[in-house]
Design a protein around this ligand. Structure first.
Ligand code: TZP
Ligand code: MG
Length: 224
């Protein structure tokens, strides 16, 4: 298993870019600010556009040695030579994705329940995305908000495993410390990172937005 820094995990969302801000510029600035993993998640694009954007995004991530993941689409991940995929509960199964991807590819799975986590452990995914931790305007949520205590309950299920965990939904610099401390499991299992869309993508200054998140995350790591 590769040793990956999941701390500041950017999920893209072109629709949220401020007027006049280019996607690739925003992506590069966010990496310069401290984003450690990128997931390309673009539901509105047709397949060829998604592939083209994936190839261009991968080139930027490579320049900074940042792992690059594709949401849902294993075919696009293969063509763009992505480092892996992020899969939801209703997407292709983890086993099927793994059978198609090169050995060592990263596979992440969205989890909202303890049963999801147990299945993720059984399947030995690389990381889980846990949430929704807070409400969000970015995605129409189909699962109940589990809150920081819900995240903590799921984290406890990862005790004794190598599986990393990031929380997602509504995470901002203003609630980040509460998110990190509040979601610590009763067994003191902490999040390995936080996944954000709007806090970085919707910013006119994504570099500073990422820097803010990074410095708060570092402060948490020093003190917990
Ligand atoms: N999955 C659950 S919530 C979400 C995704 C992709 C969007 C989170 O976006 P934001 O802007 O960080 O709240
Ligand atoms: Mg999906």
């Amino acid at each position: 298993m590769r040793n990956i820094d999941y701390s500041i995990y950017l999920v893209t969302g072109r629709d949220l870019l401020p007027p006049g801000k280019g996607f690739l510029t925003s992506l590069e600035e966010s990496i310069q600010g401290g984003v450690t993993v990128v997931q390309l998640r673009e539901k509105q694009l047709d397949t060829q556009e998604f592939i083209d954007l994936a190839i261009r995004s991968k080139a930027i991530c490579d320049k900074y040695n940042v792992p690059f993941l594709i949401n849902d689409r294993v075919d696009v991940a293969l063509i763009a030579k992505a480092d892996g995929v992020h899969i939801g509960q209703t997407d292709m199964s983890v086993e099927q994705a793994r059978s198609l991807l090169p050995p060592g590819s990263i596979i992440g799975l969205s989890c909202t329940t303890v049963d999801h986590i147990r299945e993720a452990v059984r399947l030995q995914v690389d990381y889980v995305g846990i949430g929704p931790v807070w409400g969000t305007q970015t995605k129409k949520l189909t699962n109940p908000i589990i809150g920081v205590r819900g995240v903590g309950a799921l984290l406890a299920e990862l005790d004794g495993t190598d599986i990393k965990a990031v929380a997602i939904s509504g995470i901002k610099s203003t609630n980040l410390l509460r998110t990190l401390h509040g979601s610590m499991s009763p067994t003191h299992h902490a999040l390995d990172g936080i996944a954000v869309v709007s806090e970085i993508v919707a910013s006119t200054d994504p570099r500073s937005a990422a820097q803010r998140l990074k410095s708060i995350f570092s402060e948490f790591r020093r003190t917990y």
